[in-house]
Design a protein around this ligand. Structure first.
Ligand code: IDP
Ligand code: MG
Length: 152
């Protein structure tokens, strides 16, 4: 099933020069980049985005961190894109993330895990997060040249 998923490179990923690396991995896999920008979040937007974690002990630190520098929110499209991306990003705690995943290759600490992706077990998360960061007019629609070689 073709779907769109929300992905965001966090401030640690931007500061560590990992933007190209993350984009390159998703792009090479065959996923289609539909939207992207560089922004610094304000606190209300960050609290909205991470609202599901509002009652967690790490919430305040998470909001502080995610607003501390630029982030790169993106929308990627492809077959089973939500699960494909989650798998490529790896487990939340880099200690549990397999080598070959973004977190397993580039992170050590759960609070500095480089990238966010919408949850696959929360069907509403994608659209909700895409809508927080992008207007409908910012979402593009096009065919990749290699699509006939990516899909049977
Ligand atoms: P996810 O990013 O893999 O979806 P979530 O459970 O949704 O993980 O948590 C959102 C973010 O909150 C994580 O990516 C991580 O940066 C941070 N976080 C989650 N659990 C902890 C924790 O126990 N301590 C510190 N930060 C945490
Ligand atoms: Mg999550």
């Amino acid at each position: 099933m073709t779907e769109r998923t929300f992905v965001m490179i966090k401030p640690d990923g931007v500061h560590r020069g990992l933007v190209g690396e993350v984009i390159s991995r998703l792009e090479s896999r065959g996923l289609k980049l539909v939207a992207a920008k560089v922004v610094q979040l304000d606190t209300p937007t960050a609290e909205d985005h991470y609202g599901e974690h509002a009652d967690k002990p790490f919430f305040e630190g998470l909001v502080e961190f995610i607003t501390s520098g630029p982030v790169v929110p993106m929308v990627w499209e492809g077959e089973d894109a939500v699960r494909q991306v989650r798998q490529m990003i790896g487990e939340t705690d880099p200690l549990d993330a397999s080598p070959g995943t973004v977190r397993g290759d580039f992170a050590l600490d759960i609070g500095r895990n480089v990238v966010h992706a919408s949850a696959h077990d929360d069907p509403g998360a994608n659209d909700r997060e895409i809508n927080i960061f992008f207007d409908a007019s910012e979402l593009t629609s096009y065919d990749r040249l290699d699509e006939s070689w990516l899909y049977e």
